[in-house]
Design a protein around this ligand. Structure first.
Ligand code: FAD
Length: 399
């Protein structure tokens, strides 16, 4: 069977689904390729997802424009009103605070569960008239001046003017296009789990940096609940994963100086882990192909921005395609170079910032400890710089 669309999206993560919806709502014919074994988002239950994302204003605007944001279960979303970042200095501990009031926005970000997000995207895709979801395994990709084509292992072929690689950090599309990458493992794993907290969190996202223990973030969930993302060095991560969720809660309580009182695991107890690495592809596009989301960049989660960068990619690609002019198709080389120009700087800045912070706070050397903690305090007292940093975290807004 031969399937033809204007746009073919490979990958059914949140970014691939959003891209498919965006192009379909723009009136283009979309084919979305999902793996044959893809598992649909879990049915809504009471259990809280250990996988959550801090979504910024770019994500909020894009998902709202696609009518997905309003389809999210709002009772399970917590706004982040304040961010409190703490360093690890004994003599001069660093601290940096941001708040929504200072940034003149309603919220700095929103904490959304993976299941909540994917259920809303799946529901929107079900009703989208221009999207055909195909399940299968792609085995070959080819592209020329006329179109991009993907062959599946059952002999079917998908072809489109534009092929979008949204197939995650280990992107098959990227390797088929011979796009090289810089790959650097951080020697850390992110441990995620959810806890009840004894004291109200007041919609504050807390983050603690330590050279020996990594980065601990506690993100607010609705009610007296928080979500942990602990980017721990591998050896410590091994220990944490061998312990019970109750032991993990005790450790996090101590590491957070009990700011939220006693922490106890949410039921059912779920602790997950993710290896952390920096992946920088040498190109964002190839002939008739654009990479988006983790296929285009994998960064350290300390800033909570990987998914947000992906939403910004989709937004930029939608704009480049919609402004292509009457005589160009959506995979035209000029459309793709416009996409690259729109995204290059933002992606590079986020890669440099997250990588730089990971290195700076990963070094257990006293002079660096002094420097980084002084740096946090300095940024906290420089309103101009702080405003620019917040603006960037919100998604490139000038405040
Ligand atoms: C611990 C942790 C915390 C994080 N917190 C945040 C946060 O707070 N905020 C934030 O913005 N980001 C966060 N991130 C980053 C975020 O998780 C990723 O950036 C995001 O999930 C990437 O989405 P994606 O759709 O591009 O890729 P993925 O979620 O990896 O999806 C790729 C999809 O492609 C499919 N696929 C793969 N290969 C093929 C193929 N050959 N054919 C068809 N389909 C294929 C896969 O099945 C998958 O569904 C965090 C990351 C980690 C590890």
């Amino acid at each position: 069977m031969q399937l033809q669309g204007d746009v073919c999206v490979i990958g059914d993560g949140a970014i691939g689904k959003t891209a498919a919806l965006g192009f379909a709502q723009a009136g283009l014919k979309v084919v979305l390729l999902a793996p044959a074994s893809a598992v649909p988002a879990a049915a809504q239950g009471d259990a809280w997802d250990a996988r959550v994302y801090a979504l910024n204003h770019v994500a909020h605007e894009l998902l709202s424009s696609l009518r997905v944001w309003d389809a999210l279960d709002a009772s399970r979303i917590a706004p982040v009103d304040t961010m409190e970042v703490k360093g690890d200095g004994d003599r001069m501990p660093g601290a940096l605070n941001f708040d929504a009031y200072g940034a003149r926005v309603g919220a700095l970000a929103w904490i959304v569960e993976d299941g909540n997000l994917n259920r809303a995207l799946d529901a929107a895709l079900k009703f989208a008239t221009n999207v055909q979801v195909v399940r299968g395994r792609a085995i070959r990709l080819s592209a020329d001046a006329a179109s991009a084509r993907v062959q599946l292992d059952n002999g079917d072929t998908l072809s489109a003017a534009l092929l979008i690689g949204a197939d995650g950090g280990q992107s098959w599309v990227r390797s088929q296009c011979d796009i090289d990458i810089d790959y650097r493992p951080y020697g850390q794993r992110a441990i995620v789990a959810n806890f009840n907290c004894e004291k109200p969190h007041r919609n504050i996202a807390h983050q603690w940096f330590s050279a020996t223990e990594g980065v601990i973030a506690l993100l607010p969930l609705p009610g007296q609940r928080v979500s942990l993302v602990w980017s721990a060095p591998d050896a410590l991560a091994d220990t944490l994963l061998q312990e019970s969720a109750a032991q993990l809660a005790l450790r996090v309580g101590t590491a957070s100086s009990h700011v939220l009182g006693a922490l106890t695991p949410l039921q059912p107890e779920v602790v997950k882990s993710f290896p952390l690495a920096l992946i920088r592809p040498h190109a964002l596009t190839a002939t008739r192909v654009a990479l988006v989301g983790d296929a285009a960049h994998v960064i350290h989660p300390l800033a909570g921005h990987g998914m947000n960068l992906g939403f910004a990619d989709v937004s930029a690609l939608l704009t480049a395609v919609s402004e292509r002019g009457p005589h160009r198709d959506c995979g035209d080389a000029r459309v793709l170079s416009r996409y690259v120009r729109a995204r290059k700087e933002d992606i590079l800045l986020m890669q440099l910032a997250t990588d730089g912070l990971t290195r700076l706070f990963g070094a257990d050397l006293e002079p660096l400890r002094l420097l980084r903690n002084a740096g946090l305090n300095l940024v906290d007292r420089l309103p101009g710089l702080k405003r620019r940093l917040i603006g960037h975290a919100l998604g490139n807004r000038s405040l």
